[in-house]
Design a protein around this ligand. Sequence first.
Ligand code: PMP
Length: 418
Amino acid sequence: MATSLLHVPPPQSLLQPLAVPERLLLGPGPSNVPPRILAAGGQQLLGHMHPEVLQVMDEIKVGIQYAFQTQNRLTLAISGTGHCAMEAALLNLVERGDTALVAVNGLWGQRAADIARRLGANVHELVKPPGEYFALWDIEEVSASRSAGQRVQASPGDCHLPLCFMQGLAQHKPSVLFITHGESSTGVLQPLEGLGELCHRHGCLLLVDAVASLGGAPIFMDQQEIDVLYSGSQKVLNAPPGSAPISFSERAREKMLRRKMKPPSFYLDMGWLANYWGCDGEPRRYHHTAPINSFFSLREGLAMLVELGLESSWERHRANCTQLCQGLRDLGLELFVKEEKARLPTITTVRVPEGYDWKEITAFLMDNHAIEIAGGLGPSVGKVLRIGLMGCNSTSDNVDRVLHALRDALGCCRRSRL
Ligand code: PMP
């Protein structure tokens, strides 16, 4: 009789072939990976210190410099997703006791505030209702805003929201300001013009999250005086998730050099990463085993953006977003972001139509059309549907496909409260 020392039997599911269905990913990310990028990620491995891999890393660096429009030496890709870059940005710049100001108009500000608090910073939040963006005066001085956070008894229009007064850069004197360029939970594009200069006038560094907007909407790291900018691989760059472009200005680098304590993470310590990425002029030393195949994919994603050109990419996203918005209006849906110029070209939000359950709509699209769109996230849960058109997925054909599927859904889904 066969005996075994194993107490855990082989899992039956792993004895079946891997099953990956075909889907059109038109949610807020990831987006579909085109064959060229898939092929790059499927190449045979090389060693993480082989000259060919270091060469690919150098190509990624110049690709990021182009995508970010920056000359910063300290430009590289984090081995991790967008959250990893967000943590890298904050934990290298913020020390215990520092003051951080965080602009919160959706999920990403909330997450950044959480991370900064974990680092022991004194965090102040500037809060705007989901769907709105910040003007320069909201950030600089005391401003009044209706906070959607705590509802009071109903009164007409927006006035049921309590008026709250927030203090800005001038009062809190933070060492960093965090803001999200493409608020993917609400579909808002944050204007950045003049913000870097304003921050610097107040002795503050500007950290910007461009995970959902890079390549889809103009951003100019150097001209806009952004001190830390990061993004992700799985949105407009059409690579699989797992690597995240990031760059630090000279001001940010100097602040890191003045730190009293080492950053609280070895993996994300920018001193080590700068060396591994050849940004410090020293011989490169092993820091971690880079996700080499993810870097191959990211390199191709950046190469495709370079070939297309940033301006053409911005224009393609703008045009397809405009076509989508018009089609959504024609279906009788209400766009969540009122001002056209504040709409994120990569992710469009519409209010969940009266009487429908958003989960039924997203499930209907998935089951009947193999199309992913998403419901809300964080403060927009239950309020919106989110449709993403990013990188190669931003095409007029995909706009038609998702509009057709939505029309079908609106006809077929139960109007639950009617
Ligand atoms: N910031 C924004 C604006 C995002 O849209 C996302 C991803 N949805 C993230 C950060 C986090 O990225 P990841 O899921 O790759 O960790």
